[in-house]
Design a binder for this molecule. Sequence first.
Ligand code: SF4
Ligand code: SF4
Length: 91
Amino acid sequence: MNLDKKLSTLKYTPDENSHLKPTQEDCVSCKTRSCINACPAGVYEWLENENKLLVKYENCLECGACRIICAKHSLNWEYPKGTKGVTFKKG
Ligand code: SF4
Ligand code: SF4
């Protein structure tokens, strides 16, 4: 089963505000952008033209890997509020 199929087994209730807040000034000068490769859900993408980190927080699995691996220790991370966020239906 590929990643897209696995992710399709989950239910998401997105908040209107992101619970993942990278410090964009740090992302610009970040040498590794390790959050991009660490995220199993493909939440992060570097936008070369805009010189900023795109955060597709609606797809977050709340694993916490990006918070731990952030090269600048400056990614503000919290759980989505209340009943928002991911629900694991299987596994
Ligand atoms: S690792 Fe941290 S500082 Fe680097 S791009 Fe990701 S969030 Fe930004
Ligand atoms: S908490 Fe996990 S799934 Fe969510 S953005 Fe960070 S690495 Fe990706």
